[in-house]
Design a protein around this ligand. Structure first.
Ligand SMILES: CC(C)(COP(=O)(O)OP(=O)(O)OC[C@H]1O[C@@H](n2cnc3c(N)ncnc32)[C@H](O)[C@@H]1OP(=O)(O)O)[C@@H](O)C(=O)NCCC(=O)NCCS
Length: 165
């Protein structure tokens, strides 16, 4: 992805997370999620063979983290467990680019759907997923530790349901 502003151009790319990224990721996580994952939680994702933990970093230094995504590729589906974009980089298409990447990986593995849970109150995220073709298929009552309900949303990857993004 290329961002332009103030006469400058900055390029950003997705790559797998490593141990060295965990401090940066945890710092962002603590600012953006009501019930943030701890550093150990992220660390455990690095060792799971079915987990994809990807970061959006700047090509110039490879150190600045704009966002990250964690997805599990299990059986016939990809489950998105975490996606977040750091506040200064919101609204620039980073989340969409990260989800598109996981969906592409899932299509290449011939999986049948992508699924996720999202807080009922999280309108930006719900809007994001709906803009990519995800649909609400279930309400999961009191899913979160504060008692909030979740929407369970899925994106079908069946050949009869063409992807529209
Ligand atoms: C949800 C989140 C990941 C979106 O990241 P982002 O990079 O700003 O999103 P994008 O720029 O890729 O936006 C893509 C689409 O999402 C929707 N969207 C994103 N932010 C929105 C907002 N604040 N209000 C309404 N819609 C929004 C829009 O449809 C947007 O498309 P558009 O720009 O063409 O209108 C980000 O707000 C975030 O990190 N939130 C905190 C963590 C979180 O809630 N994660 C999801 C948990 S399930």
């Amino acid at each position: 992805m290329v961002l332009r502003g103030f006469g400058m151009e900055q390029k950003w790319s997705l790559r797998p997370a490593t141990e060295e990224d965990l401090e940066n990721v945890s710092r962002i996580e603590a600012k953006v999620h009501p019930a943030p994952w701890g550093i150990q939680h992220f660390r455990s994702e690095l060792t799971k063979p079915y987990s994809q933990f990807l970061l959006m970093t700047d090509d110039a230094t490879d150190q600045e983290v704009a966002g990250y995504i964690v997805g599990w590729f299990l059986f016939d589906e990809c489950q998105i467990l975490n996606v977040a974009v750091s506040l200064p980089f919101r609204g620039l298409g980073f989340a969409k680019a990260m989800i598109r990447k996981l969906v592409t990986l899932a299509v290449n593995k011939n999986l049948r759907k992508v699924s996720l849970e999202v807080r009922k109150s999280n309108l930006p995220a719900i809007q994001l997923y709906q803009s990519m073709g995800f649909v609400i298929v279930q309400i999961r009552k009191s899913f979160y530790s504060n008692g909030e309900d979740a929407y369970f949303m899925t994106l079908s990857l069946e050949p009869s349901d063409p992807i529209r993004f």
